[in-house]
Design a protein around this ligand. Structure first.
Ligand SMILES: [Zn+2]
Length: 136
């Protein structure tokens, strides 16, 4: 479970870097996650072996189609949960990120379909970031 969470965390951050039009490299991932470059390299190797990323010497790290789908799904879960906490549960937008970090690792597609439906397929999260349009 801890491994799944860590893996999903990496994929999410890599997609965020990519969305911010940054070149995705071991050193920039290490910087955003606050971990050593060697831990990043190890995790990248694992993600490449799982067919989630492509990586070659002197080239930017890229998603495979499977990796990109998974990363988009995790970001969609995170942002849907943040929206749900604010709109339905009346949380302060400042306080929802940490809770979403935990709930985003729930598997149940039925749960997220329901959240999506209750939010009327909204497009932006409470921080104004786009919610990827994912079919759970
Ligand atoms: Zn957040």
């Amino acid at each position: 479970m801890k491994n799944t969470k860590e893996k999903e965390h990496y994929l999410k951050e890599i997609l965020r870097l990519e969305m911010a039009a940054k070149t995705v490299s071991v050193s920039c991932i290490a910087e955003v996650l606050g971990v050593s470059k060697s831990s990043v390299s190890n995790m990248i190797k694992k993600l490449v072996s799982m067919d989630l990323l492509n990586s070659a010497p002197y080239k930017a790290i890229e998603f495979t189609p499977k990796g990109r789908d998974l990363a988009r799904t995790i970001i969609a879960k995170h942002r849907l949960i943040e929206s749900f906490l604010v709109e339905v549960m009346d949380f302060d937008p400042e306080n929802v990120h940490e809770i979403a970090e935990e709930i985003e690792h729930i598997k149940s597609p039925a749960f997220f379909r329901k959240v999506q439906q209750m939010l009327d397929n909204r497009e932006l999260d409470p921080h104004g970031s786009p919610i990827p349009n994912v079919k759970f």
